[in-house]
Every structure is written in structure tokens, then in C-alpha cells.
Design a protein around this ligand. Structure first.
Ligand SMILES: [Ca+2]
Length: 365
């Protein structure tokens, strides 16, 4: 386990590192076994390590006093920003570990357009997050108002009354700067949002990802992507083979159709969005034998299916008629023509009929 304790010369004579810790497996083990809380005492010194499972959050303060804007500039120049207080645990920690300073410490809250705002995030301070001392913010006591408003916030560290509480103060007053270094780095969370909390950070993983750094992607079972008879499957992968958001699209050979047209997608629950489809033989409407005629079908693949053919034959004296629309094919054997032919024969005896005994048609699919 290593704890870092830099000397005051690490940055300049003004700063002082009060806590810090490097990431080692030993650190994690020690913390997890001995202190399942957000703080631990590093065994190598009395430095308090505010830890996360990846990096340690560190606080720094200046040795000299400055006005609020100078304090913020100093924090941003050397560290991440001025401290933003987010929970009682952190307040308790700071009050416990920071030395008492006359004039106390500036923190990263300021009033803009009459709204108290976290300067680091530019978000307004919610009522639940406030930690004002009794009677504060008062924008100056009655009768003691100066021309300058109390638009900045100090924290009473180790004050006898209400230690750790906040007070609105005139921004020009000289106080100690209280800074932090952020735990979130650009690569802290690969597929997730790094959520900064004052004594830790965590990764809020996007859907389909997990792990401490959200660097693990959910896997779906490759074996479940079966290839159906007379079918093919083509999978594309965005994040890794057969992983979250992988897409497997199916197609069938000619004469076969998918039982479901929807592709398989690997979901965040590690399951495919669909069962693999099957390729089903294309079916046609079943035909029936016409009255006064017969039908003979050939079904090489299946009844009334792709590549089936049906031949129609009419009895003697009937003629085969088909509707022109192939989707509503209903071959019929009609005697109308035969009648006309007979009538014609009676009125025109010179014409001899050569009507064949049978007329045949064929429907292919
Ligand atoms: Ca005040």
C-alpha cells in the first residue's frame, strides 16, 4: 500500500496536500476488508485517504488567504476547482481534517442573479443540499450592511459554534482557498458517465455495459444464433462478437420465407430479442377441382407449395375458362361456348365442328 504525501514544494509554497492515495490492489483489499466506508486510514501514515475503487479524491488548501475569485483561480490553476460540498459525510470529513484558520475557508458556491450556484457545475443549489449556519444566508447582519453584498460562501471549519456550516460572505474578504482534484478522468468510464462525488467517483454504465470502468460489454449466446434449413444468417457487431447491439439478419433461399422478418438483436439483458426464425416453404392457396372437370397437381416440394403445378381438364363439351387476375385463379369448366357452338352449328349446318373432346389448361406456381 502506498500513500503519497507531497511536500509543500510540490506545487508552490502555498499549497499543502492533506490526503492522497494511489491505486494498488493492496489499497483496495485493505479498504474492502477493514473499512467498508468511504474513508480509510492509510497504514503508512495518519493521512486520511478518501478513496474510490479507482482513484483517490484529494483536497488541498492554501497557506495564505485571498479573496474568493483569487481563491478560485488558484484552485483551478493548481488543481481541479474549488471544493463543491455534496454530502454531510464530506463536510464531516473536512471539518475533522482541515486545520482551523482565522477567516475560515472559501468554497465553490456563489450567488449569481440572486441564485446560489455551484460554480464547478453551474447548477443551482438545491434546498436539500444547503448547509447554512443558523440565520444564514443573511447577506450581512442588520445594521452592519456594507455596500458589498454577501455573494460568496465560506465554510466554518473547526468553529466552536456550528462547525462545518456555511455562511454567505463578502467576496472580497481574505480567506483560505479550499480545492480538490477530480476523481473523474477522461478515461475513467469507457462506456458510461463518470459521476463525481466528493469522496468517490463511480461509473454509471450505459445500457449493455458493466464493470468498474464500464469497459465490459454484455455478451449474448452465439450458439443460439442457429442457421435454419434453407436459410442464411449474417451478423454485424458494433462492440464485439455476439455482444450488446450485435444484429443477426436472416434470409431464405428462393421459394422459402422467414417465419418472422425481425432480426435478432443482442439486448442488455444478455438475451437475443427474438428466437431464430425458420425458413418455411412458400405456400399457395389450395386449388380445388372444377365442376365438370378434373385437376392433377404435381407437388415436388409440398402440397400447394413453391414449384407445385396443377393441370386442369374439362369434361367433353365444356371449355376451360380462367379469370385474368392470376391471384384469384379459379379455373372453371363452362359450357357456354359449347352451347354457342351448338347453336351456331344448328344455324350454320355447313360448318362442321371440330371441337375437340377436351380442353386442357395448366397453372404453374
Ligand atoms: Ca452572512
Amino acid at each position: 500500500m502506498k500513500c503519497i504525501k507531497t511536500s509543500s514544494s510540490a506545487h508552490n509554497a502555498q499549497n499543502r496536500l492533506i490526503l492522497g492515495c494511489t491505486k494498488t490492489k493492496e489499497v483496495l483489499r485493505f479498504i474492502l476488508i477493514n473499512k467498508p466506508l468511504n474513508a480509510c486510514l492509510c497504514p503508512c501514515s495518519s493521512v486520511l485517504c478518501m478513496w474510490t475503487s479507482v482513484e483517490c479524491w484529494s483536497y488541498f488548501y492554501s497557506n495564505t488567504t485571498m479573496n474568493w475569485q483569487q481563491a478560485r483561480d488558484w484552485c483551478q490553476e493548481h488543481y481541479t476547482d474549488m471544493v463543491a460540498i455534496q454530502n454531510q459525510e464530506e463536510i464531516g470529513h473536512l471539518n475533522s481534517w482541515l486545520p482551523r484558520k482565522s477567516g475560515y475557508y472559501w468554497i465553490g458556491i456563489r450567488k449569481f442573479n440572486n441564485v446560489w450556484t455551484w460554480v464547478g457545475t453551474n447548477k443551482s443549489l438545491t434546498a436539500e443540499a444547503t448547509n447554512w449556519a443558523k440565520g444564514e444566508p443573511n447577506n450581512g447582519k442588520k445594521g452592519q450592511r456594507t455596500r458589498e453584498n454577501e455573494d460568496c460562501v465560506e465554510m466554518y471549519i473547526k468553529r466552536d459554534m456550528e462547525p462545518g456550516k456555511w455562511n454567505d460572505e463578502r467576496c472580497g474578504k481574505q480567506k483560505t482557498a479550499l480545492c480538490y482534484t477530480a476523481a473523474c478522468k477522461n478515461d475513467s468510464c469507457l462506456y458510461g458517465d463518470c459521476v463525481e462525488t466528493i469522496n468517490s467517483h463511480r461509473c454509471a454504465c450505459f445500457e449493455g455495459f458493466y464493470g468498474e470502468k464500464c469497459d465490459q460489454v454484455v455478451q449474448c449466446n452465439k450458439e443460439e444464433v442457429t442457421v435454419p434449413y434453407k436459410g442464411r444468417v449474417n451478423c454485424t457487431h458494433t462492440y464485439g462478437d455476439f455482444s450488446y447491439d450485435s444484429l443477426c439478419e436472416y434470409s431464405c433461399e428462393e421459394g422459402y420465407q422467414l417465419s418472422t422478418p425481425r432480426p435478432l438483436r443482442c439486448t442488455a439483458s444478455k438475451r437475443w430479442s427474438e428466437q431464430p426464425p425458420s425458413c418455411e416453404l412458400v405456400q399457395c392457396e389450395k386449388l380445388s377441382q372444377p365442376a365438370r372437370g378434373s385437376m392433377e397437381c404435381s407437388d415436388p416440394l409440398g402440397s400447394s407449395s413453391y414449384q407445385s403445378t396443377c393441370a386442369f381438364t374439362c369434361d367433353e363439351g365444356y371449355v376451360l375458362l380462367c379469370l385474368s387476375d392470376p391471384s384469384t385463379v379459379r379455373p372453371t369448366c363452362d359450357q357456354t361456348f359449347s352451347k354457342l357452338s351448338a347453336d351456331f352449328k344448328q344455324s350454320s349446318p355447313v360448318v362442321t365442328s371440330r371441337a375437340s373432346s377436351k380442353r386442357t389448361g395448366r397453372i404453374s406456381r
